[in-house]
Design a protein around this ligand. Structure first.
Ligand code: GDP
Ligand code: MG
Length: 177
């Protein structure tokens, strides 16, 4: 296959959500294709971003994916984090009701303030722990519909739906920008 290459096909995607929802795990599963047993050992949160190359419609796309460096605890993500963002992935943990409330009550507003025309998707992580589910599916669907958010339930642990979620984000971004 011959891929076309233009310098413009660079897009920035940021991951947001409460500490502990699995942002860093999703980041590693998507980019490096493994689930980190101990995130703290990786010291990866010191990394600002990693680049993932994907192909959409025979075009090479470079996704610059940003993971928070633990600042989420302070709700003080610097503007730099959102600067030039094309896509924002709002992540909560389906086993943690607070993490969902926090998306609804603060993250979505903060992100909209920081970034005017970015595209959003909503991700519920830890689908491998269904028996521990706290966040009801109908509540998620209602919120997603109200805000026109595509919703994906994923697991960084077993990898399910991770690629699908990023593909959706990348396709939407490529269509818009
Ligand atoms: P972050 O603070 O949002 O970056 O979250 P981490 O990626 O550090 O994950 C927090 C904890 O949840 C860690 O103990 C992870 O191993 C665990 N975790 C993350 N994703 C999953 C998942 O999909 N399934 C399960 N069972 N545990 C997960
Ligand atoms: Mg992290």
């Amino acid at each position: 296959t011959i891929f076309t290459w233009t310098n413009d096909n660079k897009y920035k995607i940021v991951l947001v959500g409460d500490s502990g929802v699995g942002k860093t795990s999703i980041f590693w599963m998507y980019i490096e294709e493994f689930f980190p047993d101990d995130v703290s050992e990786l010291k990866v949160t010191m990394v600002d971003f990693k680049i993932k190359n994907i192909v959409i419609d025979n075009e090479l796309i470079k996704l610059y994916i940003w993971d928070t460096a633990g600042q989420e605890r302070y709700r003080a993500l610097v503007s730099n984090y959102f600067k030039g963002t094309h896509g924002i992935i709002l992540i909560f943990d389906i086993c943690n009701q607070n993490s969902f409330e926090s998306i609804k009550n603060s993250w979505i507003n903060l992100c909209k303030e920081k970034s005017n025309d970015a595209l959003f998707i909503l991700v519920g992580n830890k689908s491998d722990l269904k028996e521990k589910r706290q966040v009801q599916e109908d509540k998620i669907q209602a919120f997603a519909q109200q805000n026109s958010l595509p919703y994906f339930e994923v697991s960084a642990f077993d990898g399910s739906n991770i690629i699908e979620a990023f593909d959706k984000m990348a396709n939407d971004i490529k269509n818009k920008f």
